[in-house]
Design a protein around this ligand. Structure first.
Ligand SMILES: C[S@@+](CC[C@H](N)C(=O)[O-])C[C@H]1O[C@@H](n2cnc3c(N)ncnc32)[C@H](O)[C@@H]1O
Length: 184
């Protein structure tokens, strides 16, 4: 069976440039931040956001214990404020929507902040950059986020962006993801 977490990064990897700027819009337990930190290398920068201090401390501990490069900024703020922290074009960004695994399931990403964050992230992509957005429709807000994103992303100009959807069509509650690639 397709494993979303293993598969998704294969699609993003060709877009992550060494020395580039990458963003983890939903830091959580820090797995994606760590991966981006390795991928952009010592000369790159990773900005990572989460609204929960618990996610910042779990991620900081992960990065420390894995001996990550000191190329990251962990920011305790909502991802819809990313433009206040980042002025460079980004080569890659990850949204892993939903709640913190092992944390409070009541604290989840919400359409009202996910939408402006995704809009900004799309506009901040460097030429040939890409965004990955993993959606978890097994809970109600996740299902609604998926519907919202489908509407929003299908409006992007095909001249500027290629938007793909990877989804198990016979298991509607399974996670799925969008890949948004800037063409030039
Ligand atoms: C599924 S987890 C992310 C998993 C993470 N990428 C990893 O590698 O472990 C989703 C995270 O999004 C965070 N989150 C919820 N609303 C947010 C917001 N408005 N801005 C940034 N992060 C948010 C949650 O606190 C949670 O930690």
């Amino acid at each position: 069976m397709l494993n979303l977490r293993e598969t998704e990064k294969n699609f993003l990897a060709p877009h992550v440039t060494e020395g580039g700027v990458a963003v983890d819009f939903t830091m959580g337990n820090g797995y994606d931040t760590l991966w981006l930190s390795k991928m952009v290398g010592q000369t790159g920068t990773v900005y990572a956001f989460d609204i929960q201090p618990e996610a910042i401390s779990r991620t900081a501990e992960r990065l420390r214990s894995e001996g990550a490069y000191e190329n990251y900024k962990l920011i305790c703020a909502s991802h819809h404020t990313a433009s206040e922290y980042i002025s460079e074009p980004i080569c890659a960004g990850i949204f892993n929507l939903g709640f913190l695994p092992g944390g409070d399931k009541g604290i989840t990403t919400l359409r009202e902040t996910t939408l402006p964050a995704v809009r900004w992230a799309v506009s901040a992509l460097a030429p040939k950059g890409a965004l990955l957005i993993a959606v978890y429709p097994g809970h109600e807000e996740g299902r609604l986020e998926g519907e919202m994103l489908q509407g929003e992303l299908s409006l992007l100009s095909p001249k500027e962006y290629s938007v793909s959807l990877l989804k198990l069509i016979n298991a509607p509650d399974c996670p799925f993801f969008y890949l948004i690639e800037k063409n030039k």
